[in-house]
Design a protein around this ligand. Structure first.
Ligand SMILES: [Zn+2]
Length: 140
């Protein structure tokens, strides 16, 4: 058995890159999909004026690591104030899918609405409460 293996060595398979477990968030109607490379380390529940209204839970990623798949005209967006970010939603079903910088910079982040992942896809990910309304500090 072991001797046989020694006589006919099977080449080792190429080393697989250690890949994250890619996850896809979809809006309710499926017109907008957001692919992320892995589970987030934590989620953020922010109390700022927009997040509390949207009821979003944010998973943050480097923007370059996220792929948004949506046809032309499938999304609508909202920006206000200093207009550095836009909140993107499905133009058909209205689900908020992500926010992104209006002017992308290298290494910039984006927020993906984790409410759009299938229940259970994230496992036991910690939800952190961010005081985006006032101090910009985590409350826990
Ligand atoms: Zn939709």
């Amino acid at each position: 058995m072991a001797a046989n293996q020694a006589k006919n060595p099977i080449p080792a398979p190429p080393r697989r890159r250690i890949m994250g477990r890619m996850l896809t968030a979809t809006c309710h109607c499926g017109a907008v999909r957001v692919e992320v490379p892995d589970r987030p380390a934590s989620l953020t529940d922010c109390n700022c004026s927009i997040c509390r209204r949207y009821g979003t839970l944010w998973a943050y990623y480097e923007a370059a690591a996220v792929r948004v798949i949506a046809g032309a005209g499938a999304t609508a967006e909202y920006a206000w104030g200093d207009r550095r970010l836009r909140f993107v939603r499905c133009a058909h079903c209205g689900c908020v899918t992500h926010w992104e910088a209006i002017e992308r910079a290298a290494g910039g982040r984006m927020g993906v609405n984790a409410r759009n992942f299938e229940p259970g896809a994230l496992g036991e990910v910690r939800i952190r409460r961010l005081d985006g309304a006032a101090t910009w500090e985590y409350l826990d």
